[in-house]
Design a binder for this molecule. Structure first.
Ligand SMILES: [Fe+2]
Ligand SMILES: [Fe+2]
Length: 188
């Protein structure tokens, strides 16, 4: 049911060059993410859960792709970027469950917070990953590594200086289990 009881989303997101990381395959996925999020934000109640489900399914692939690139270029499995992916995905899945149970406001709230979270994540953790891949000549489309000698001697657990939100990410684990899950602590 829409109408005066359904407030407009507090935050929305549109693609801009500022979000580009100069890595076409990554940018392409991010444009899709932004479009799917916009579709959620502009949705009426009838289509909301299906659009959210599409965003969650895309995010599984999106995060999985980046996690695979990290694994191929010397990151430890539980590095902070991959951990943030895991936590955020858990929150989004909780939102899907809530939406399927009729709590559409949970999805609307999360969508608003995602619009704030994404630019921060892209411009810190994803940007750092893109630079890291470029530094060793890793081609994300072919998996070819031009300069294997650049692989780190020890697996990387941080994010190249983009880990300032590590503590707050952990806070969002609790949020993931709450009906009104709040992902904003993950992006603070
Ligand atoms: Fe990303
Ligand atoms: Fe990422």
């Amino acid at each position: 049911m829409s109408g005066p009881l359904t407030p407009p989303p507090a935050h929305t997101l549109t693609w801009s060059d500022a979000l580009s990381l100069q890595m076409p395959v990554m940018d392409h996925t991010h444009v899709e993410f932004v479009d799917l999020l916009a579709a959620v934000n502009s949705s009426d109640d009838t289509a909301l859960v299906a659009r959210w489900a599409a965003l969650v399914a895309h995010t599984v692939e999106h995060f999985g792709q980046e996690d695979a690139w990290m694994a191929a270029t010397g990151f430890a499995p539980e590095n902070c970027h991959a951990t943030q992916h895991k936590v955020v995905l858990q929150v989004l899945r909780e939102g899907l469950k809530a939406g399927e149970a009729g709590q559409l406001a949970v999805i609307r709230q999360m969508a608003s917070e995602l619009a704030l979270w994404f630019p921060h994540h892209a411009q810190t953790m994803d940007a750092s990953l893109a630079l890291h891949m470029k530094s060793m000549g890793y081609d994300p489309e072919t998996g070819q590594l031009a300069r294997p000698e650049q692989l780190p001697a020890q697996a990387i657990s941080g994010c190249g200086g983009a880990c300032s939100s590590e503590a707050s990410i952990e806070n969002s684990t609790e949020a993931a289990t709450a009906p009104q899950a709040d992902i904003s602590p993950a992006v603070a």
